[in-house]
Design a protein around this ligand. Structure first.
Ligand SMILES: Cc1ncc(COP(=O)(O)O)c(C=O)c1O
Length: 392
């Protein structure tokens, strides 16, 4: 019903991922096969395009209210994550990173410590530093067999430090594809509550749950947890709408919400794009079937990659993919430093990937593959790797 195999030429579009100039600047190879930045090479659900066309044909794109998008978002979260969100709890920012920027500015001051779990989505570190706050890292443990866990003794010690004021949690986790259990989530939050550390949860990947896996949104932990934290979600990864710039920030606590709202006003972030509103409403109202099909396709891509590497390059360790469309693969058996591994992939192999070390020291030796792409691209990527790496 949806053709995820279709190759759509993105090299001439304004999209960053396939743009030869961007590939040249970032990877020194304009012809590299791009599997980096997190957007999909799939055409969006047909209902989204129809909704955008309708607004386009209306021909007037003036200042707009988020109205229908917020309603659709709330309905989605209720159906998908069983969380009853009150409309007044929802604020909007253009992106999730903007929401994190605003949260840092609104709730902390320069010099404050902000806890994260590396290796994690690297803009967390970039924005903490650009706001002149301090990165406090409680590194996740990646065990030999690939299991991922929180070092709770370390986490508590870091949360307890008087200077630590905020915890930014990436759940599910990019780039590890990990889903925190209900108990892990409660334990981390309880520790933060105990030491007055404000919790901001980035659930941007919360709808990209692989078949058979179970994700717990913070909203499902009950009011004791949900009403004290800030949760940010978006249709951007889920429905391939990153460029539409529409994200939701859910803040049940009125005082916390007022502070966030004040910063939205301070930076004039409240204006919404009418094309985005239409796209977001259509995605949440009518996109479920497309999303379920896309997830099945992505997981089949993952199984293909894992099996092909197990056969041809058995020393490459592929971490389990429980959520996100981003596979994290350990190539440390090659014994290369970060720079040499980057060069090998970008220039010799011809693949543009996010390097593991961007996400933190423990990511060193890994490469992250964006699998939201037609199977033919994954096959090509495997072929490119096998051709070069089998000789190493
Ligand atoms: C964990 C996480 N947060 C935020 C973002 C980006 O969100 P936005 O484009 O809405 O700022 C990404 C994109 O990959 C991500 O993986």
């Amino acid at each position: 019903m949806f053709n995820f195999d279709e190759i759509i030429d993105r090299r001439k579009s304004v999209g960053k991922k396939w743009n030869p100039n961007t590939l040249d600047e970032m990877f020194g190879n304009p012809d590299a096969l791009p599997m980096w930045i997190a957007d999909m090479d799939f055409r969006v659900a047909p209902a989204i395009t129809e909704a955008i066309k309708e607004v386009a044909e209306h021909g007037i794109y003036g200042y707009s209210n988020a109205g229908s998008a917020v309603e659709s978002y709330i309905g989605w979260v209720k159906r998908r994550h069983n969380w009853d969100i009150k409309p007044e709890w929802v604020l909007n920012t253009p992106g999730v990173v903007t929401a994190l920027d605003v949260a840092i500015a609104a709730y902390t001051k320069p010099g404050d410590g902000i806890l994260i779990n590396k290796p994690v989505y690297y803009p967390f570190s970039l924005i903490i530093e650009s706001h002149e706050r301090k990165i406090v890292d409680s590194t996740l443990v990646i065990e030999e067999g690939g299991a991922i866990s929180v070092d709770f003794a370390d986490f508590e010690a870091k949360a307890k430090d008087e200077n630590t004021k905020m915890f930014i949690l990436c759940s599910p986790h990019n780039p590890l594809g990990h889903i925190y259990s209900r108990d892990e989530l409660k334990r981390m939050l309880d520790i933060c509550f105990k030491y007055d550390v404000l919790v901001v949860v980035d659930e941007i990947h919360g709808d990209l749950i692989m078949p058979g896996q179970e994700f717990t949104s913070i909203g499902e932990l009950g009011e004791k947890y949900a009403n004290r934290v800030i949760v940010t979600q978006a249709p951007s990864k889920t429905f391939n709408l990153a460029g539409m710039q529409w994200s939701a920030v859910v803040i049940p606590d009125a005082d916390l919400r007022a502070k966030f709202q004040a910063h939205i006003e301070l930076y004039d972030l409240a204006i919404q794009n009418p094309l985005a509103i239409a796209a977001v409403s259509a995605a949440y109202d009518e996109g479920a079937e497309w999303l379920d099909a896309a997830i099945g396709y992505i997981y089949a891509n993952f199984e293909y990659l894992r099996n092909a590497l197990a056969e041809a390059l058995p020393d490459a360790r592929v971490l389990d993919l429980k959520a996100t469309y981003l596979a994290f693969v350990d190539f440390s058996y090659l014994g290369l430093d970060d720079e040499s591994l980057d060069k090998l992939f970008a220039e010799e192999i011809g693949l543009a990937l996010d390097s593991g070390h961007w996400f933190g020291e423990t990511g060193s030796g890994y490469m992250r593959f964006n699998l939201a792409t037609p199977r033919a691209n994954v096959e090509k990527a495997v072929e490119l790797m096998v051709n070069t790496l089998q000789e190493k």
